[in-house]
Design a protein. Structure first.
Length: 393
C-alpha cells in the first residue's frame, strides 16, 4: 500500500530490518533536495534572505517535532541521533551524581542506553543497578521495585525493546520513580515509529529518539526534556551558537535549547525529519498500527509452524519485531542464505549483549516491520527461511 512511496523498495528487495534503520519516502528525499537547491544556508547567524529562510525552516522543524511529542519547541534539542541525546544527558548527570547515588536501568537496554550510564557511574562513583526481565520478555516490575530506592537519582528505560519487541509500561515506571524523587529518561528509538508518543502523558523528564528509525534521515536525533530537566544539564559541547557572551575571563551560555546545540546543527536533516513526521501524520498512527499488527500476527502464525524455532520472549507480548533462533543452526548462516534471496534481516546481539547473556545465548535473528511491508513480504520471507533451513538438513 505504501511501498510505492519508497524508491529503494521498487526492486525485489524484501526489507525486514526497520528496527535498525527505516527506508526513506520520496517526500523526505524531495524536501531535503529542495532545501539544498533553493534555500540552503547556515542558521541563526546571518541577515541575508537565505539565512532567514534556512533559520525559519530549521525552527519550523523543531516546532513540528514538538507538536509530534505534544510539547513546546523550547523543550526540543536537536542532536545527531538518539545515542548522542542519551550521552548528552549522561554527561550532565556524570557531573551531578556522587558516591551513594544510584542509576537504575533494565538488562534489556540497547547499548546506547546502557553504556553511557555505566560510564557516568564509573566517573562519578555512583552505583549502577540493573533490573531484569521475565522469561516472557516483559519487565520484571517486582525486581524494579526491589531495586528502586530513595538513593535512585535516574531511571533510564526503553519504550520498546529492540530485541524483544515488547512495548514497555513506561508510565508505571515513571510514576514509581517520581515517588522516590528520581528522574526518568525514555529511550524511544524503537517505539517512536510504532505508537503515538505523548511526553505529557508519559510524564517523563527526558525522551530520546533518532530520525532514521522514523523514516527520516540519519544524522538527526531529538532530546526532549522538561524545562527544569534541560536547565539542569551542563553543556555537552562548547563552541559557536551556544554562547551568550564570551570574554577573555569567562563565557556565559545561551538558554536552552541553544545552550545544548553547539556548532552548526543538522539543518537539512532536521527538515527531513519534519517531513517524515508530516508523512506519518498524513497516514495516521491508527492506520499504521492496524496494518502492522495484522502483518505481525501473520508473521508470528507462520513462524510458529517452523520446527525447532526458539523465540526470545513470548510472541503474544511483541509488536513490530521478533527475534528468534532455529535450534542447531547459527543465525549468521541463516542470514547469509536469506540475503541471497534478497531478504534483509538483522543478526547478532543487536547492541544488547547483556540481554543475550541473561538469556544464555550469543546471537539471534531479528525480523522487524515497517509501514511499507505487506503480506507478500511475509510470504517471501517465510519461503526463503524454509529454504535456508532446508539447506542444513
Amino acid at each position: 500500500m505504501f511501498k510505492k512511496d519508497f524508491p529503494l523498495l521498487g526492486s525485489k528487495v524484501i526489507y525486514l530490518d526497520s528496527a535498525a534503520s527505516a527506508q526513506k519516502p520520496k517526500a523526505v528525499l524531495k524536501a531535503m533536495d529542495t532545501f539544498y537547491k533553493t534555500s540552503y544556508s547556515n542558521v541563526h547567524r546571518g541577515t541575508c534572505h537565505l539565512a532567514n529562510m534556512a533559520t525559519e525552516a530549521y525552527e519550523n522543524a523543531r516546532y513540528t517535532v514538538a507538536l509530534f511529542l505534544n510539547t513546546k519547541a523550547d523543550n526540543i534539542v536537536f542532536t545527531k541521533g538518539a545515542t548522542e541525546s542519551i550521552n548528552l544527558v549522561a554527561s550532565g548527570y556524570a557531573q551531578m551524581l556522587k558516591p551513594g547515588d544510584e542509576v537504575l536501568i533494565c538488562t534489556a537496554e540497547h547499548h546506547a542506553n546502557f553504556v553511557p550510564w555505566q560510564q557516568a557511574c564509573l566517573r562519578s562513583g555512583a552505583t549502577f543497578k540493573v533490573f531484569n526481565i521475565l522469561p516472557d520478555g516483559r519487565w520484571n516490575l517486582d525486581d524494579f521495585k526491589a531495586k528502586l530506592s530513595q538513593k535512585t537519582r535516574l531511571v533510564a528505560v526503553a519504550g520498546m525493546s529492540n530485541v524483544l519487541g515488547v512495548l514497555n509500561p513506561v508510565q508505571d515506571i515513571v510514576s514509581m520513580a517520581h515517588r522516590v524523587g528520581a528522574k526518568v529518561l525514555v529511550d524511544a528509538a524503537q517505539s517512536i515509529a510504532h505508537v503515538p508518543t505523548d511526553v505529557k502523558k508519559l510524564d517523563c523528564d527526558f525522551l530520546a529518539f533518532s530520525g532514521h528509525k522514523l523514516y527520516g534521515p540519519t544524522g538527526i536525533g531529538v532530546l526532549y526534556g522538561t524545562t527544569e530537566a534541560l536547565a539542569s544539564l551542563s553543556p555537552y559541547q562548547f563552541g559557536g551558537e551556544m554562547v551568550d557572551k564570551v570574554t577573555i575571563e569567562k563565557t556565559t551560555f545561551a538558554p536552552v535549547p541553544a545552550r545544548l546545540e553547539a556548532g552548526t546543527p543538522p539543518i537539512t536533516e532536521a527538515i527531513g525529519l519534519a517531513e517524515a513526521i508530516n508523512y506519518m501524520d498524513k497516514i495516521g498512527f491508527t492506520t499504521i498500527q492496524k496494518r502492522e499488527q495484522a502483518l505481525f500476527e501473520k508473521l508470528i502464525a507462520k513462524l510458529q509452524h517452523i520446527k525447532n524455532i526458539e523465540f526470545l520472549g513470548e510472541p503474544k507480548y511483541k509488536t513490530g519485531l521478533v527475534s528468534f533462533n532455529i535450534k542447531g543452526i547459527h543465525p549468521n548462516d541463516l542470514s547469509a542464505i536469506l540475503s541471497k534471496e534478497n531478504v534483509c534481516v538483522r543478526v547478532g546481539h543487536h547492541c544488547a549483549m547483556p540481554l543475550h547473556t541473561f538469556l544464555g545465548i550469543k546471537a539471534s535473528l531479528r525480523v522487524s516491520l515497517g509501514l511499507y511491508n505487506d503480506s507478500k513480504d511475509i510470504d517471501a520471507f517465510i519461503s526463503a527461511l524454509n529454504k535456508a533451513i532446508g539447506f542444513f538438513k
